[in-house]
Design a protein around this ligand. Structure first.
Ligand SMILES: Cc1cc2nc3c(=O)[nH]c(=O)nc-3n(C[C@H](O)[C@H](O)[C@H](O)COP(=O)(O)O)c2cc1C
Length: 348
């Protein structure tokens, strides 16, 4: 390796802390192989189909770090219209399951990270003045061929209507565009948040109200909705019918949500579900991409699919691409092995 430091990777023993204040100080200098072919992301030219979805990239320094490690679409972690604290520890709990489809009664924690974990952050955010400045700085540092997508979410208040929530989403989206975001993603699925802002993908009419206002706020900027686990054609069709007029792309799957138990079988997280991310979700996410591809192909609007969930090898990336995705984003695998982008590029 050419870099003077080892890549920063997730370590349960906290040798490195994966948080805002412990962002990498410098960018690595690795040889990043070119991926042959012409690639676009929501109509914008980009160097490869590889990206990082919302989550791991907490600020500009994390964005630049992964940009230097072979990822070309960098999604800035979901931000809000006001600062929000993170849920208490544990935020990442490895689970011992090889494949998950959402109908499991629960999954058990594992002492070892085997490729999948339960994620419990609750979409924390810095305040808008902090993230707006940071996005502006980040966009200026990113080399050409790379895109900065910014993920936003509305923050529901107890007496708010869906229109007010939609305005809050739109406000964040507009700020992100003004700060230089190349694309906007709205998170319509956070399995770890129990209010309706976490589950808009299951409420097509409300999702359409939000998507409409976001589109009005961001003009022609490419617009992606991030959705959760969908298994039926009817649900997929209805969601695309209602949001399709406003969006360019749909990113799936956020995670597969199930209750989690500790190693002795006791419920964790007060018995609430948590999103499982990582390799165990690959099969479910891939079949969701196939489902949406079929539904999109039978309609009139061209909507791109971003494959997210469980990818950890060049073969996984190829399978997403041949199933209809135009881009493939990796969170868990890239946190566990920051060099994975380079390894995948060598084989693509
Ligand atoms: C540490 C972590 C934090 C995440 N935070 C967010 C988030 O803030 N917003 C969001 O839309 N998805 C979030 N996700 C979900 C990821 O974007 C992605 O959909 C999920 O991890 C599946 O991809 P993977 O199997 O490659 O990890 C997060 C995932 C992880 C692992």
């Amino acid at each position: 390796m050419k870099s003077s430091q080892s890549p920063q990777r997730y370590d349960r023993n906290q040798t490195y802390r994966w948080n805002y204040d412990h962002a990498p100080e410098s960018t690595p200098h690795e040889d990043v192989p070119r991926v042959a072919g012409e690639w676009t992301f929501c109509g914008l030219p980009v160097d490869s189909p590889l990206g990082i979805p919302a989550g791991p990239l907490l600020n500009g320094r994390w964005v630049l770090y992964y940009a230097a490690l072979g990822f070309d679409v960098l999604t800035y972690k979901t931000v809000r219209s006001s600062a929000r604290e993170c849920y208490p520890l544990p935020n990442l709990v490895p689970v011992g399951i090889d494949e998950i489809h959402g109908n499991e009664r629960s999954v058990a924690m594992s002492d070892e990270m085997k490729g999948s974990w339960a994620v419990s952050f609750g979409m924390p955010s810095t305040s808008p003045d902090v993230w707006r400045r940071d996005i502006e700085w980040t966009r200026k540092q990113l080399p050409s061929g790379k895109l900065l997508s910014v993920s936003v979410v509305g923050t529901i208040q107890p007496d708010w209507s869906i229109e007010q929530l939609a305005d809050d989403y739109a406000h964040c989206a507009k700020w992100a565009v003004e700060s230089g975001a190349d694309c906007i993603e709205t998170n319509f699925s956070c399995p770890n948040v129990s209010t309706c802002d976490g589950q808009l993908f299951q409420q097509p009419q409300s999702a359409a109200i939000v998507a409409d206002r976001v589109r009005a706020a961001i003009g022609n900027t490419p617009y992606i909705i991030k959705i959760g686990h969908v298994v039926t054609e009817e649900e997929a069709r209805e969601l695309l019918r209602s949001t399709g007029p406003f969006i360019n792309a749909v990113a799936m799957t956020n995670s597969v949500a199930v209750p989690v138990t500790d190693t002795t079988g006791n419920p964790m997280f007060d018995g609430q579900v948590r999103g499982i991310c990582g390799q165990a979700t690959f099969a479910a996410s891939l079949s969701q991409v196939e489902l949406f591809q079929r539904v999109i192909a039978s309609g009139e609007k061209e909507i791109s699919i971003i494959g997210v969930g469980g990818a950890s090898s060049a073969d996984d990336v190829r399978r997403y691409l041949t199933s209809g995705a135009t881009a493939v984003h990796l969170a868990t695998a890239a946190m566990v092995d920051p060099l994975i982008g380079i390894k995948i590029r060598r084989e693509l």
